[in-house]
Design a protein around this ligand. Structure first.
Ligand SMILES: NC(=O)c1ccc[n+]([C@@H]2O[C@H](COP(=O)([O-])OP(=O)(O)OC[C@H]3O[C@@H](n4cnc5c(N)ncnc54)[C@H](O)[C@@H]3O)[C@@H](O)[C@H]2O)c1
Length: 213
C-alpha cells in the first residue's frame, strides 16, 4: 500500500479488519477495502474474487492466507469435524485461485498460498491441518504448471513458527526457546517478516520464480 497498490482483503473478524482500515487509510494513495467473507462458503469466495476485479480495477496478486490450526486428537476426529477443518484450510485457496485466473490471464499474475512448516516437522495434535497444508504444496505445484504459460506464477509460503497473538496461547518461555534453537536463524519470526516475503514474491522483478523461491 505504501507503494500505491490497491488492496482488498476479506475475513470474518470485522472489528479488527475495520480498525486496520482506519489505521492504514490516512495518507494512503488508495485506502484498503475490507469485505466480510466466510471462506468456508465456496460460492461466496468465488463471488468475492470476481467482484474484487471490479472493485480494484484489475487483479494481479492473490494471497491465500487464511487458515486455522486448532488442535485435535486423531481419535476424536469425526467425519463432520474433518469436513469443517478441511473447509477452513483447503478448498477456498483452490476456488479463489480459480476465480482469479480469468483476470490474471489478461496481464499475468501471482498466486501465493500459505502452507506450513508443521507437516514438514510432523508436529503433534493437528493431523487434519497438516493434511491440508501438505495438500496446498501439491496443489501449488499443479497450478504453477497449468498456469505458467499464462504468465501466472504460483508459490507456497511456508512459515516457521510466527509470533502472532493467536499462537500465544501455546507458548511457554521454554517452548519459545526451543523454537529459536531449532531454527537456522536466531530470533522469533514476526508477522512482518512473512509479509516481506509475500511482497518480494509478488514483485514483477521476480518474474521467473514459481512454485518456490
Ligand atoms: N502463525 C504461525 O506460526 C504459522 C505457522 C505456519 C503457517 N501459518 C499459516 O499462516 C497463515 C496465517 O496464519 P496466522 O498465524 O496469521 O493466523 P491467524 O489466525 O492469526 O489469522 C488467520 C486469519 O484468517 C481468518 N479466518 C479464519 N477462518 C476464516 C474463515 N472461515 N473465513 C474468513 N477468514 C477466516 C482469521 O479471522 C484471521 O484473520 C495461515 O494459513 C496459517 O496456517 C502460520
Amino acid at each position: 500500500m505504501a507503494q500505491g497498490a490497491r488492496v482488498l482483503f476479506c475475513g470474518i473478524a470485522d472489528d479488527a479488519a475495520e480498525a486496520l482500515v482506519a489505521r492504514l487509510s490516512p495518507g494512503a494513495a488508495h485506502a484498503p477495502l475490507y469485505r466480510r467473507c466466510d471462506l468456508t462458503d465456496v460460492e461466496a469466495v468465488r463471488a468475492l474474487v470476481v467482484g474484487t476485479e471490479a472493485d480494484l480495477g484489475g487483479l494481479d496478486v492473490l494471497v491465500n492466507n487464511a487458515g486455522n490450526d486448532d488442535r485435535h486428537k486423531l481419535e476424536d476426529v469425526t467425519p463432520a469435524y474433518w469436513d469443517d477443518r478441511m473447509a477452513v484450510n483447503l478448498p477456498h485457496l483452490f476456488f479463489a485461485a480459480q476465480a482469479a485466473v480469468p483476470a490474471m490471464r489478461r496481464g499475468g499474475g501471482v498466486i501465493l498460498n500459505f502452507g506450513s512448516i508443521s507437516w514438514h516437522l510432523g508436529l503433534k495434535e493437528m493431523p487434519i491441518y497438516q493434511t491440508a497444508k501438505a495438500a496446498i504444496e501439491g496443489m501449488t505445484r499443479a497450478m504453477a504448471r497449468d498456469l505458467g504459460r499464462d504468465r501466472i506464477r504460483v508459490a507456497t509460503i511456508v512459515p516457521g513458527n510466527v509470533h502472532t497473538p493467536r499462537q500465544e496461547r501455546w507458548y511457554t518461555p521454554e517452548g519459545e526457546a526451543e523454537i529459536v534453537a531449532s531454527q537456522c536463524l536466531d530470533g522469533r519470526i514476526q508477522p512482518s517478516d512473512v509479509a516481506a516475503l509475500v511482497l518480494f514474491l509478488a514483485f514483477d522483478d521476480v518474474r521467473m520464480c514459481t512454485v518456490q523461491g
